[in-house]
Design a protein around this ligand. Structure first.
Ligand SMILES: [Mg+2]
Length: 223
């Protein structure tokens, strides 16, 4: 069974919102009027979405999306790579301190293991950070395999990342089940690679309108 990480096992959104607030208070005291009155935390999160999606679609690298988020946020295209990396590093320091696992995550992973199924994480991100996220939230175990887009060179929703994972696990697509919160990345892309998939719609208001079956909690996984 394959799990997405952010938004599925670990509460990325709450951690990122809190960390953005910390970061802005310390490094970017903005006059909201500078940006049409947009709340700076909302602006940070909007830019994360914009640039991370560009990374997911192969337009820029994982490192570049971090730098572009900084340049866009500060409205300063001339920020050099070193300074952009330094500023993003400060955000990451706050982000790391805000990680928490969803309350249903550890129990779900344990139930799957207890059934004798292999468990792996398939996540769009960098291995060092994503592994640390699992360790700090108490979800990491030695048998947990991780597949991260930054190292593989292929990100969800490219079905190639799922083919890479299946090759490594020596597992047929029809025997693999992907669980995640992102309908395009975790469900539709997994199915294009031949896997089964379950959509975890924890908060999604679209859950009732897409016609796609979903679960609201990992406690509802059919294991
Ligand atoms: Mg996710």
């Amino acid at each position: 069974m394959l799990f997405d990480l952010d938004g599925t096992l670990v509460d990325h959104h709450c951690a990122a919102v809190a960390a953005a607030g910390d970061f802005i208070r310390q490094y970017a005291r903005h006059d909201p009027a500078d940006h049409g009155g947009e709340d700076p935390v909302a602006r940070w999160m909007r830019l994360e979405e914009v640039h991370f999606r560009r990374y997911e679609h192969g337009e820029i690298t994982h490192t570049q999306q971090r730098r572009e988020r900084i340049r866009d946020f500060f409205g300063t295209p001339g920020i050099d790579d070193g300074r952009a990396d330094e500023l993003f590093g400060h955000f990451l320091d706050f982000y790391r301190s805000r990680w928490t696992a969803f309350p249903d995550a550890a129990d779900a992973l344990n139930r799957v293991r207890d059934k004798g199924l292999r468990v792996a994480i398939v996540t769009n991100g960098a291995l060092a950070l994503q592994k640390m996220k699992l360790e700090r939230t108490g979800l990491f175990t030695g048998d947990l395999m991780m597949f991260c887009s930054a190292e593989i060179g292929c990100a969800k929703p490219d079905p190639g990342i799922y083919r890479h994972v299946l090759d490594h696990l020596d597992c047929r697509a029809s025997e693999a089940l992907m669980v995640g919160d992102n309908l395009a990345n975790d469900v539709h892309a997994a199915r294009r690679a031949g896997l089964q998939a379950i959509w975890l719609a924890r908060y999604s208001r679209t859950g009732n309108t897409t016609g796609e079956p979903f679960i609201r909690s990992l406690a509802d996984l059919p294991v």
